[in-house]
Ligand binder design. Structure first.
Ligand SMILES: Nc1ncnc2c1ncn2[C@@H]1O[C@H](COP(=O)(O)O)[C@@H](O)[C@H]1OP(=O)(O)O
Ligand SMILES: [Mg+2]
Ligand SMILES: [Mg+2]
Ligand SMILES: [Mg+2]
Length: 368
């Protein structure tokens, strides 16, 4: 086992031991649920985050190619997916993975230049040497179809590619789904301020949650395994709430969110940022409501864009649903095909937010 993983597991046991000893009725220390999965996921997200940061530091335009859907994808997306999948394969060889990327653009003569860069990048980040075929194979372990039974991981190697390319917010997101429910989520946010009240201070946050155990944040690449609990805000009056939403109005309608703010009496400006860092912002109380309001009615949200953030907000005491108030259904394959949009909020304002979202979308339908 890698030293980082052993240290994470030790820290986990001592955290739980401390909790148990302060509980008057505790007779024994419960073995932490999914302890190995948690430690491996943290290690994988940290290594992938290092890959992303290294690429950003020497980002050159030819390392960006345009996918058919016009979203920018970089050598870092492929490298980070290969690194996470290789680490998962080493520790959990039987677990399938639903990953965003595939190796098509890296194959053949056309893909050679990019492939060489990705292979070098991956070999600098993992302990064993991997051939080009092994790197492509690791990326393509992410082709699993997902579904309602058994366990699988879901990975967004870089969520918020546009934020990454701008040097702003992006996240490496990994979650474990068992029998259609998210049980563990890790979100690495290399550019997120450690303390939101100090936006120019130290950056690099890793948020982690296991079902039933609460949500925690720790420093990304921290020398120690110190974790602090995350809690959503206690705001009870929606007029005092604040939104966070996508930078891209094509991912979430800014016009609709302005109407919802009007209904709720919100006057604070929305915080706009890319990626699942928005879920982390809600989980640690920096924002109260994350809105993702459908723009294109046919778009199906992807499970890797929401699984880790969903459990982190739940475990921090918040609530998450689609725009109709229904729970996100992670059992339907690679997409959230039974849901439209997302609302994540602290418990005190969630119901008011859903009511305002429903009213705004109903009004829009009537005037259409
Ligand atoms: N029409 C759309 N509606 C909502 N999300 C979208 C849409 N198109 C792409 N996305 C996804 O939104 C995510 C980024 O969202 P955010 O705005 O919160 O940073 C990306 O993963 C992106 O997917 P993809 O990676 O396939 O481009
Ligand atoms: Mg993408
Ligand atoms: Mg994404
Ligand atoms: Mg991505």
């Amino acid at each position: 086992m890698a030293p980082g993983i052993a240290a994470c597991m030790r820290a986990r046991r001592s955290y739980r031991a401390g909790t148990a000893l302060t509980a008057a009725m505790a007779h024994s220390v419960r073995v932490a649920h999914l302890a190995k999965e948690r430690a491996v996921a943290i290690e994988a997200v940290e290594r992938a985050s290092r890959v992303c940061t290294a690429v950003f530091q020497r980002l050159v335009t030819e390392e960006t190619l345009t996918k058919k859907d016009k979203s920018p994808v970089t050598v870092a997306d492929f490298g980070a997916q290969a690194v996470v999948n290789a680490i998962l394969e080493r520790h959990f060889p039987d677990d399938p993975i639903v990953g965003e990327e595939d190796s098509k653009d890296l194959r053949g003569e056309d893909g050679r230049a990019l492939r060489d860069k990705v292979v070098d990048l991956v070999n600098a980040a993992v302990d064993q040497t991997m051939s080009a075929d092994e790197v492509l194979g690791a990326i393509d372990r992410g082709q699993y179809a997902g579904g309602a039974t058994g366990r699988h991981w879901t990975l967004d190697p870089i969520d918020g590619t546009k934020g990454f390319l701008r040097g702003e917010q992006f996240a490496v997101c990994l979650a474990l789904i068992v029998d259609g429910k998210v049980r563990l989520g890790v979100v690495g946010c290399p550019n997120l301020p450690v303390d939101a009240s100090q936006p120019l201070g130290d950056r690099g946050v890793l948020a982690v949650a296991v079902e039933g155990e609460g949500a925690f944040q720790r420093r990304l690449h921290a020398p120690s395994d110190l974790e602090t609990p995350m809690r959503v805000s206690a705001v009870a009056d929606p007029r005092d709430a604040s939104f966070c939403e996508s930078v891209e109005s094509g991912h979430s309608s800014h016009g609709d969110s302005a109407k919802i703010a009007g209904l709720l009496g919100i006057h604070r400006e929305s915080a706009r940022m890319d990626s699942q860092c928005k879920y982390v912002a809600v989980a640690r109380g920096n924002a109260d409501i994350y809105l993702r309001l459908p723009v294109d009615g046919s778009y199906e949200e992807k499970i890797w864009d929401h699984a880790a953030g969903n459990i982190i907000v739940h475990e921090a005491g918040g609530r998450v649903s689609d725009v109709s108030g229904a729970a996100l259904d992670f059992s339907a394959g690679r997409t959230l095909k039974h849901n439209k949009g997302v609302v994540a909020a602290s418990g005190g304002v969630f119901d008011a937010a859903i009511a305002a979202v429903k009213q705004t979308l109903a009004d829009k339908l009537q005037t259409a």
